[in-house]
Structure formats: structure tokens, C-alpha cells
Design a protein around this ligand. Structure first.
Ligand code: ASP
Length: 308
């Protein structure tokens, strides 16, 4: 079975065939780009609006690049100058934007559920693409992480992966878990201090551990996460120096993983808190590959959602 994509809210809705098809399409776009085809006209004349209510460096830029490379017209909603600041509701903003005949709205919001709310209330055929909602989902990050891993290890069923850090508040972790479990990863370990771990019932099929040295033992990829202070009650915030001691990815800790273990991070990285600069900039770091793959994954998602 495979699902045609019109909206993309969470990877929980996608089966392995659909995820595999999106990764294949992203891979073809990457190869075309490496061979000098930077621009395709699949979305010529279409309009994509970036509606970001939360800060973003990578996601917003790469959605913009992705849409432009497919020939679409891109509009970046300027929150600071918008009527949201004059009390306009999200619903009124949505209907106002829809009246301008957009083909896709890429939305990021601090509230979980905002993109799904927009899907329920949209009156035109506009595609809604989730670029991160609260601690719920960041589906294109899940896809680009899966693509980055697959480029090094084509068979997910042989892989051991660890995700470490503030899992409880991380939408990236949730989307990575969906992507990797759906693709049949052999072992997925989630690691962090007890206060930042999810309930085990929330993450069936994953191992939940507090000891990072045990969690990283023999893994083929380790995905490090930032402390999401903006989503965290102050009482949960660990002391940064002791956090680094217990959960920082140092060269010594990385040596416990499988040889050549991929070091990943969705960014922004906080050097010296969750990752040692020597590892972030080291030979095993795939962080910039992830950034590059983000553009191709977003091209694949937009091309598919807009039906070309
Ligand atoms: N950039 C990712 C996100 O938007 C991860 C992070 O902010 O730590 O969720």
C-alpha cells in the first residue's frame, strides 16, 4: 500500500512504501543536482507560502530553496509585520491567505496541532505541510534523517540507532522514531535524563535508557538533540556542565559506538552542552549532510504534495 500525499502533518500517517518513495525521489533530485541540474520546472506557476510563527534557520531556508528549485513562486510570510500582531486569529489568517490562491502553506508553530487544525479548516485545495508543531512532529526532518542514514546504510533492518537528549520536548525525535520504526530499524534506543524521557508506553518498540554509555554501545548512528528550553518548565532544566558530563557526545563516548557511527544532529547545535565541538566538526559528523539532504527531501515532498 502507498499513500498519495496532499498534506504532510506527521510521519505516523505514512507507510514504508510511501516513505521509501519520498526518499527515492529526494535521492534522484540530489543526483540531478550533483550532475548540475539545480532547477526543475515541476512547480512552475505554483505558489508556496512559508508561514513560520517560530524561529528557523535550516527548515525555512531549505523549504524556500526547494520550492524555488522546482520553479514555484515563494512568499515568506513576515510575522513581525503581519496582522497577527493586531489580534487576527489563525483561522482568519488562513482564510485570508487562501483567498490569494496559494497551492501550499508550509507552517511552523509552537502549538502542537496547528497544521492539523489548518487542514480541517482550509476551504481551498491548499496543501498544508508541517514544518514543526510544538513537540509533536517535524516530518521533513524525520525524512531527511532517514535519507542521511540510508545513504550510508541502505538496509535499515540491520541498524542500531540511538537518539539522545531532550526526547520529551523534541518533535524531531517523534518524527525520527516514526520514520525509523516504519522503515524497520533493528534497534532504536532513546536516551536522556529521566525528566526528559518520554513514557515507555508512548514509544512502543524502542528501548528507553538513562545511561548514555550503555545507549551508545555498538550503535551505527547517534542522533543528538538540543535541550528545548523554550518548551521546558524551568524546574526540568538540568545544570549544563553536569548535563554535558552525562549526556554530552565526546570523542571518548563516540568510541563506544560501532566503527564509523554516523553523528547526527538536527541543529541548532549547542557546542559544549550536548555535543563536543571535536565531534560536531569531526570526521564522523553528518550534520552538514543532513542540512544538504533537507533541500532534496523538501523538494520531493512539495513535488508530491502538489501532484507533479
Ligand atoms: N530545528 C529543530 C526543530 O525545529 C530542532 C531544534 O530546534 O532543536 O525542532
Amino acid at each position: 500500500m502507498s499513500t498519495h500525499l496532499h498534506h504532510l502533518i506527521s510521519l505516523a500517517e505514512l507507510d514504508a512504501t510511501t516513505i521509501g518513495r519520498l526518499l527515492d525521489r529526494a535521492e534522484r533530485m540530489r543526483e540531478a543536482s550533483l550532475h548540475g541540474t539545480r532547477r526543475l520546472d515541476l512547480l512552475a506557476g505554483r505558489t508556496v507560502l512559508n508561514l513560520f510563527f517560530e524561529p528557523s534557520t535550516r527548515t525555512r531556508t531549505s523549504f524556500e530553496l526547494a520550492a524555488r528549485r522546482l520553479g514555484a513562486i515563494v512568499v515568506n510570510f513576515d510575522l513581525a509585520r503581519s496582522s497577527t500582531n493586531k489580534g487576527e486569529t489563525l483561522l482568519d489568517t488562513l482564510h485570508t491567505l487562501e483567498a490569494m490562491h496559494l497551492d501550499a502553506i508550509v507552517v511552523r508553530h509552537r502549538e502542537t496541532g496547528t497544521p492539523a487544525f489548518m487542514v480541517r479548516h482550509a476551504m481551498s485545495g491548499v496543501s498544508i505541510i508541517n514544518a514543526g508543531d510544538g513537540n509533536h512532529a517535524h516530518p521533513t526532518q524525520g525524512l531527511l534523517d532517514a535519507l542521511t542514514i540510508r545513504q550510508h546504510h541502505p538496509d535499515f533492518t540491520k541498524l542500531r540507532v540511538a537518539i539522545c537528549g531532550d526526547i520529551r520536548h523534541s518533535r524531531v525525535a517523534r518524527s525520527d522514531i516514526h520514520a525509523l520504526c516504519t522503515m524497520g530499524v533493528r534497534e532504536l534506543r532513546l536516551c536522556g535524563p529521566a525528566s526528559l524521557l518520554p513514557e515507555t508506553s508512548e514509544v512502543p518498540g524502542c528501548q528507553v535508557l538513562e545511561d548514555f554509555d550503555a545507549a551508545i554501545e555498538g550503535v551505527d548512528a547517534v542522533i543528538m538533540l538540543r535541550l528545548q528550553k523554550e518548551r521546558m518548565a524551568a524546574t526540568l532544566l538540568p545544570d549544563e556542565a553536569s548535563y554535558f558530563q552525562q549526556y554530552g557526545l565526546t570523542p571518548e563516548r563516540l568510541a563506544r559506538a560501532a566503527p564509523g557511527c554516523l553523528v547526527m544532529h538536527p541543529g541548532p547545535i549547542n557546542r559544549g552542552i550536548e555535543i563536543d565541538p571535536a565531534v560536531a566538526d569531526g570526521a564522523q559528523s553528518r550534520i552538514l549532510e543532513q542540512v544538504g539532504n533537507g533541500v532534496f527531501v523538501r523538494m520531493a515532498v512539495l513535488a508530491e504534495a502538489l501532484g507533479r
